[in-house]
Ligand binder design. Structure first.
Ligand SMILES: *[C@@H]1O[C@H](CO)[C@@H](O)[C@H](O)[C@H]1NC(C)=O
Length: 427
């Protein structure tokens, strides 16, 4: 029997604790079902217990408690020499399990190493994750192929997670399910950490001339994310970031709890450059939240030449190929009468204003109102529509699909259960 595992919708059960986002884990506790074409792997672990590195006595079940590597870093590159990935996004480096004291283990189980990651993900039905990785998980071409980096990250770091031990997976899981779950989680977590957009929201964009103090960069990111990351520089050039977490439950479907970096950034205190990337802003819809297909949600497409930006528009939501309402004046998603937005700027950078005030993204949440500072969006031409993109991604998500009088908070990226795009319709 061929079993396709589409882990892509397990992310519905991932919840990032406040302050980054709030979401309602669906608590997918269902058993492994070999008869379903798309199977949500569920760890069966609770996400309400003690966070990793916070236990005061030994925890015996390390399938549901990450140990010893419970200090987890989601690392991202800003590579400009040569440039890799979209010009308006940081790229994925990896997801590393440090020990609670900052030491770490590597290469924990060579018997579980993987090299053919593309075919592993394809045969697991994880094609939307693969597609996302092809755009956002880039190796320095001087160091090797993207797939070599993906393989290296699993072999070196992924095999060290206690909660991904094969004995912790649902019985009957094919070999390699541990690695597939790892890649799914890395992508899902990265989508909640839009470093580029967060800096841009705070007025910090790449430049060949501007310099920054370390404090200003850290404060800008902390204002958006609620926690302070660890920055790394290559000389005076900003080059890498690490977002730190503890974990409740399993890497498969646990809750990542954001924490301040326990270590100092490795950058000069001033004179830091955030260099421009060459290339273009690429938009791709990200991991699909749908549970019914294994089709990709869009290979990366060039931005093409979008039509002109209207000055007055409604913003409609496209969910599973159909229009379902759109944005109200507060920037929420509903099927009630849609707001007329005023758009200012060009497709490469515009602001959006409703009758309530400017629309902006803060902490991953879209709102419009008098106290909101405007965020710059881009408009991406796709299939004859002009889509709103934030931080280069056209994916937006909410915990549920609205109907009748209900109103849903709109988040950037696809961290919430229902993912959709927002199309600009001239009025
Ligand atoms: C936390 O649990 C892990 C796993 O059982 C154990 O190795 C570690 O010593 C525990 N920490 C404390 C402070 O007891």
């Amino acid at each position: 029997m061929i079993v396709n595992f589409a882990l892509s919708f397990i992310f519905a059960s991932l919840a990032l604790s406040s302050p980054l986002t709030s979401s309602n884990p669906l608590g997918l506790g269902g058993q492994f079902d070999v008869f379903a074409r798309n199977v949500a792997i569920s760890s069966g672990c609770s996400t309400t217990g003690t966070a990793s590195c916070h236990n005061t006595s030994a925890v015996s079940n390390t399938c549901c408690f990450e140990a010893p590597g419970g200090l987890i870093l989601q690392t991202q590159f800003w590579d400009t020499d040569p440039s890799t990935g979209p010009s308006n996004s940081w790229t994925i480096h990896g997801l590393w399990p440090d020990n609670c004291d900052g030491t770490f283990s590597e290469n924990c189980d060579p018997s579980r190493d993987q090299s053919a990651i593309t075919s592993l993900l394809e045969s697991a039905g994880a094609t939307s994750t693969l597609s996302f990785m092809q755009t956002y998980w880039k190796n320095d071409p001087d160091d090797g192929s993207d797939e070599e980096l993906w393989s290296h990250e699993w072999d070196t770091h992924g095999t060290c997670y206690s909660t991904l031990e094969p004995s912790c997976l649902p019985s009957g899981s094919p070999s390699g399910t541990d690695a597939v779950a790892f890649y799914e989680t890395v992508v899902r977590l990265f989508q909640t950490l839009p470093t580029y957009t967060w800096l841009a929201n705070q007025g910090i964009t790449p430049s060949s001339s501007t310099t920054h103090t370390l404090t200003s960069l850290e404060n800008a990111l902390a204002a958006e994310a609620g926690v302070t990351p660890m920055l790394t520089c290559d000389g005076s050039n900003l080059n890498e970031i690490a977002w730190y977490f503890n974990l409740k439950g399993s890497i498969i479907d646990g809750t990542f709890v954001p924490i301040d970096s326990p270590v100092d950034s490795d950058c000069p205190s001033s004179g830091i450059k955030y260099p421009l990337k060459t290339g273009s802003p690429v938009s791709t819809t990200s991991v699909s939240s749908t549970t019914t297909t294994t089709t990709t949600t869009g290979t990366p497409t060039s931005t093409g030449t979008p039509g002109p930006l209207p000055t007055k528009a409604m913003i409609v939501a496209i969910h599973n190929g159909a229009q379902v309402g759109g944005l109200l004046t507060l920037g929420t998603w509903s099927t009630q009468t849609l707001a007329t937005m005023t758009l200012a700027g060009s497709t490469s950078s515009f602001t959006m204003t409703s009758s309530k005030g400017s629309c902006g993204v803060s902490g991953g949440e879209l709102t419009c109102g008098s106290g909101v500072s405007a965020t710059s969006f881009t408009a991406i031409s796709s299939g004859g529509s002009l889509l709103v993109a934030s931080g280069g991604s056209t994916a937006f998500s909410s915990s549920a699909v609205p109907s009748g009088e209900t109103v849903e908070t709109v988040f950037t990226g696809s961290s919430e259960a229902q993912t959709y795009t927002l199309a600009i319709v001239s009025t």
